[in-house]
Design a protein around this ligand. Structure first.
Ligand SMILES: *Cc1c(COP(=O)(O)O)cnc(C)c1O
Length: 395
């Protein structure tokens, strides 16, 4: 297949450094060297091949640039949620094995096969649909069988796995490359659920031995599994958020040296003094007790910067932390420098990342916003240009 240029695909936020229309100072900066470091650190820790999870625009980091970088770094496999994400990767010239992890609809089976995407088969019905499509195309499908061990999302219950595995093994039109499950509580190192799920999964896998069939690649570990439960590493690990240098949960432990890949930066667009008692922003929910210096930053919930950070979040300017004050608007928000704070128009503002030794982590932002780090990362939408630093940009 002739790869189309990646910047032609609408899912892709291309590297816009050369794009004269994108002069927005607000940007997501993606550190490709940190991504490389995390890939190698996670692989060394797990000691098995890595399926890098790049669904949801690579957790907001940019699907195609991240996938191409990981491919150049020798990652073994990619995982996405949906058919469309897999197709976008193929069009961009990604030749790695790609597993579509979401449940499939029958009519998608033919396209999954012809795009050379690996299919999650999560029920006997879906197995039959994939077989029918493969037979019609005269081309075998590569499938991973999904076993439900406690998530109750998709997959055949582990206690009903026998006939399902038997049918898949007997299939003339499906090659069973993998068998997998998903952990519900692995972000919490203290949860007993993970070991119970692993036990159920291994019991289901034993059906392959019972049938005298070769054992396919067994995988169950998400980031939490990789970080906290070595016994879940099995034959392949599927880290998502950890690859981007972010911990899945405040309860998670940094058992691997991970580097944050994403920074979120902007610049001061306006400076003023707000007199005591004069409220700031929609709803007039916040007003200073004394005259204070307030700056405006050109980013808002229209970019996916959560409105729940209104009067709760912080920003870094000139190496100082300053609180976000008043409601976050669609395209702008305000931060209070205090009566003595200094800032000038165009000063660099950091929303996520480091500045002069200070650090606002994605995890901190998520706590302030009352959500999880995942939602912060994937929420940053394509109105924010992505800028890629590090890596081999000449390749
Ligand atoms: C999203 C996802 C992952 C990655 O999860 P993280 O917690 O980000 O590591 C792994 N496996 C499946 C099936 C997923 O849906």
């Amino acid at each position: 297949m002739d790869p189309l240029p990646s910047d032609k695909h609408p899912l892709v936020a291309a590297d816009d450094r050369a794009d004269p229309v994108s002069q927005r100072p607000t940007r997501v900066r993606v550190d490709l060297d940190a991504l490389t470091h995390n890939l190698h650190a996670l692989r060394a820790h797990a000691g098995v091949p890595v399926m890098a999870v790049v669904k949801a625009n690579a957790y907001g980091h940019g699907l195609v640039p991240v996938a191409l970088h990981l491919q150049a770094q020798g990652v073994e496999q990619l995982g996405v949620a949906f058919l469309e994400e897999g197709v976008a990767l193929r069009r961009a010239g990604v030749h790695l094995p790609i597993l579509v992890m979401g449940g499939i609809f029958g009519p998608q089976a033919a396209q999954l096969i012809s795009e050379d995407l690996e299919i999650t088969v999560s029920s006997l019905d879906k197995l039959r649909q994939v077989e029918a499509a493969a037979e019609a195309l005269g081309r075998k499908a590569t499938v991973h069988l999904k076993i439900d061990t406690g998530m109750e999302r998709i997959g055949v219950h582990s206690y009903h796995a026998g006939p399902f595995i038997e049918a898949a093994v007997a299939s003339r039109w499906c090659t069973v490359k993998g068998v997998y499950s998903h952990l519900a509580c692995a972000d919490d190192p203290a949860s007993p659920m993970t070991r119970q799920q692993l036990e159920k999964f291994l019991e289901a896998c034993a059906h392959f031995d019972r049938l005298g069939a070769p054992m396919p690649i067994r995988h169950i570990a998400n980031s939490g599994g990789v970080l906290h439960f070595p016994e879940t590493h099995l034959d392949l690990v599927r880290p998502g958020i950890a690859l981007y240098g972010v911990l899945p949960d405040p309860a998670s432990q940094a058992t691997v040296d991970l580097r944050p890949v994403m920074s979120l930066v902007s610049q001061v667009v306006y400076f003023k003094v707000v007199p005591a008692g004069h409220p700031v922003s929609y709803g007039a929910t916040w007003a200073p007790g004394a005259d204070t210096r307030v700056v405006t930053i050109p980013m808002g919930y229209g970019d996916g910067f959560p409105r729940s950070l209104s009067s709760r979040g912080e920003v870094l300017i000139r190496g100082q932390r300053h609180p976000i004050v008043g409601r976050i608007c669609m395209d702008q928000f305000m931060a209070d420098l205090g009566p003595q704070g200094t800032a000038y128009n165009e000063d660099a503002v950091v929303l996520i990342g480091r500045q002069n030794g200070q650090h606002i982590r994605c995890e901190d932002v998520a706590l302030s916003a009352g959500t999880i780090p995942y939602e912060i990362l994937v929420g940053l939408n394509t109105r924010i240009p992505r800028e890629y630093v590090g890596g081999d940009r000449t390749a």
